[in-house]
Design a protein around this ligand. Structure first.
Ligand code: FNR
Length: 389
């Protein structure tokens, strides 16, 4: 491909050429034989659209809000670790692109740039994604104090919500990283908080670090602990069942992200778009439901909104879009696509990815007879099972 990319998928090839194999594999890969990774995308393609015609679509409005913050479209930037693998400016470039596109960036706990650097690089609305660490041999502080410290810093530097990732008590088995003996670059955000000596054995150093630091005892009652140390709204990321969606609402969270971590954790977890509706029904509009995993086209965003998401999340690389949805406000977040854009063209690449998705969503809304997000209804989509009847 010699010309400029014209869709998000084309950024993936540019990213593949731009990155060393170890890093591209890290961004692109999933766990074990990657069933969930592939199905996240396949499941979107099994949903078709039911367009309505002769509706005035001369003006399309994609704007919405999440937790009171107005954004230009229901597309957020998902938390992904280590953006300096893609570009020297790392998360600062991604944050500037989020500000330029008037959307929300969710900063990963394991970022190369610090909370403070990202906060001072732009005025984008930022959420902070949290992992809970607790391991006396590898951490400088005891108990959960490293995580608590980062929460305090995020609050102090103007982050607007905590996104607690709950699908990673241990790292999924990412076989490409094991083969490549993946070496993470410096996680500056954790500087001074981790002890450096981790013996990786003969595999992924990243995996060794994750498994020697993560607090695998984290459970539902710990939402209370998080509330006791954070005054910000709390979203939980990694919900895939109606049972857990109800528990999350009972625990008093402020939002839910339907996510399987982009197919990087439990292989054979369901594709997110196939369980979105189950979660949305269980939540019953009490809190916003977002979704990510496999969002690569504006039509994917539209499908997620029709099935009840508030928004989608996208990432920077190969899977440029991950979608987060909420029932009431409709947003998605994008994951890998953001990373691919960053790797290919830095801040401009991330902007292009978000703008491409927005333009595609706008066109889909026009061709489906939906001038506003609230016009996108369940009846605008047909799932594979429905098409059989
Ligand atoms: C992730 N994801 C992730 N999630 C999280 O909560 N904290 C993190 O640090 C990371 N890091 C990370 C790195 C990379 C390279 C990828 C691809 C993903 C998961 C991410 O937030 C999101 O759930 C998925 O990326 C969505 O799937 P797609 O859109 O990338 O296919």
């Amino acid at each position: 491909m010699t010309s400029q990319p014209i869709n998000v998928n084309e950024f993936q090839e540019l990213a593949r050429r731009a990155l060393p194999k170890m890093y591209y594999d890290f961004y692109n890969g999933g766990s074990e034989d990657q069933y969930t990774l592939k199905q996240n995308i396949e499941a979107f393609s099994r949903i078709t659209l039911r367009p309505r015609v002769l509706v005035d679509v001369s003006r399309i409005d994609m704007s919405t809000s999440l937790l009171g913050y107005k954004i230009s479209a229901p597309i957020l930037i998902a938390p992904t670790s280590m953006h300096q693998l893609a570009h020297p400016e790392g998360e600062k470039a991604t944050a500037r692109a989020a500000a330029a596109c008037n959307t929300i960036m969710v900063l990963s706990f394991t970022s190369n740039c610090t909370i403070e650097e990202v906060a001072s690089s732009c005025n984008a609305v930022r959420f902070f994604q949290l992992y809970v660490l607790s391991h006396p041999k590898t951490l400088v502080y005891k108990h959960r104090d490293v995580s608590a410290e980062l929460v305090k810093r995020a609050e102090r530097y103007g982050f607007k919500a905590i996104v607690l990732t709950v699908d990673a008590p241990r790292l999924g088995r990412r076989e490409a990283d094991i083969k490549n003996k993946m070496i993470p670059p410096k996680i500056k955000n954790l500087e001074g908080l981790l002890k450096t000596e981790v013996d990786s054995g003969d595999g992924s150093i990243l995996e060794a670090y994750a498994n020697r630091t993560t607090d695998a005892s984290l459970c539902w009652k710990d939402i209370e602990w998080l509330r006791s140390i954070a005054s910000l709204p709390i979203l939980v990321k990694g919900i895939l069942t109606h049972e857990d969606a109800r528990k999350a609402v009972e625990a008093g969270v402020d939002g839910i992200v339907v996510s399987n971590h982009g197919g990087r954790q439990l292989n054979y977890a369901p594709p997110t778009i196939s369980v979105l509706e189950e979660v949305v029904h269980a939540v019953g509009g009490k809190v916003p439901v977002l979704v990510d995993g496999g969002v690569r086209r504006g039509t994917d965003v539209f499908k997620a909104l029709a099935l009840g998401a508030k928004a989608v999340l996208v990432v920077n690389i190969d899977k440029l879009l991950e979608h987060l949805f909420t029932f009431s406000s409709r947003k998605l977040q994008v994951g890998r696509p953001v990373l691919y854009g960053l790797a290919a063209m830095g801040e401009d690449g991330v902007r292009s990815v978000i703008e491409m998705l927005k333009n595609e969503l706008e066109l889909t809304m026009a061709l489906s007879g939906c001038p506003n997000l609230k016009d996108i209804k369940r009846s605008h989509v047909m799932t594979y099972h429905e098409s059989l009847h």
